[in-house]
Design a binder for this molecule. Structure first.
Ligand SMILES: C[S@@+](CC[C@H](N)C(=O)[O-])C[C@H]1O[C@@H](n2cnc3c(N)ncnc32)[C@H](O)[C@@H]1O
Length: 256
């Protein structure tokens, strides 16, 4: 871990958040699963679908591609990719049974089948060089980034692509300040509006702290580069409050 530029920051994040990641996150998403999609639309003032559509439109897929959605939650990514290309082989991995149950029901309603794996994503339950495309949306703040991105690199086929989207720490100080203010208001309103349970109430401050201690678009690009990804394209959206990244696992010499 020490050879990485952000190894120290990863240690700080782990020290600050490991008790929540180990003890509380599953209970939060069990509680949130029933209103997760509605709350996200509310929290982004209706912008969520536009943001997700923009992100999903950057994902290159071909018929029969094997796709893995990491921290798949309610299967937003898998369902949208299958709408674009019904011949995909889509796999979803997440630790929350409740989120995946909502995701399975949503996929079934659309007539799609997504293979579900309940697992912690710091060790992905798949062989090396297995997927053409891996996606990860709205979850990296809750993870040990270097470990999970290394695992994603491992399971991607040479030449395969990783597409990432999350709320990031804006590089601009003024945007950052306004962003935290907005999140603070939201964390006051959402639990009341959606009648959150005790686990979500307990983690209200965590959701802001997780972004304060998170990465900017540029920093995430550095992590991807240090892990051996190539063709890294990091794009800041909403003043850097959200970032889209696309990166490639280098192809084998025989593929070039
Ligand atoms: C905010 S939701 C995002 C869901 C989905 N990717 C989306 O775009 O809507 C975060 C998800 O990450 C999952 N998660 C958090 N930490 C995890 C871990 N260590 N292993 C597996 N899943 C995890 C949660 O269970 C939750 O479903």
């Amino acid at each position: 871990m020490m050879k990485y530029c952000y190894a120290g920051k990863e240690n700080d994040r782990e020290k600050a958040f490991q008790p929540i990641w180990s003890n509380d996150i599953d209970a939060v998403f069990s509680d949130v699963a029933r209103y997760y999609d509605r709350a996200n639309i509310f929290a982004t003032l209706g912008l969520l679908n536009t943001l997700q559509d923009r992100f999903i439109s950057t994902i290159d897929i071909q018929p029969s591609h094997k796709v893995l959605d990491v921290c798949a939650g309610t299967n937003v990514i898998g369902i949208n990719l299958l709408k674009r290309q019904p011949n995909l082989d889509v796999h979803a991995v997440d630790r929350s049974v409740a989120m995946q149950e909502v995701g399975r029901d949503r996929a079934t309603r659309h007539g799609f089948q997504i293979k579900s794996y309940i697992s912690d994503v710091h060790r992905l339950p798949f062989p090396d060089n297995h997927f053409d495309v891996v996606t990860l949306q709205w979850a990296t703040r809750h993870l040990r980034v270097i470990e999970v991105f290394s695992e994603i690199n491992r399971v991607l086929k040479p030449g395969g692509h990783f597409h990432h989207c999350d709320m990031l720490r804006p590089a601009n100080k003024l945007v950052e300040k306004m962003y935290y203010l907005y999140l603070k208001v939201l964390m006051g309103v959402i639990p009341r509006l959606f009648r959150s349970g005790p686990a979500s109430m307990k983690c209200r401050n965590y959701f802001i702290q997780a972004i304060r201690m998170f990465y900017s678009t540029e920093e995430l690009s550095t992590i991807l580069s240090e892990l051996g990804f190539s063709h890294i394209n990091g794009r800041s959206v909403l003043g850097g409050a959200v970032g889209f990244h696309k990166a490639r696992k280098p192809p084998l010499p025989s593929q070039i």
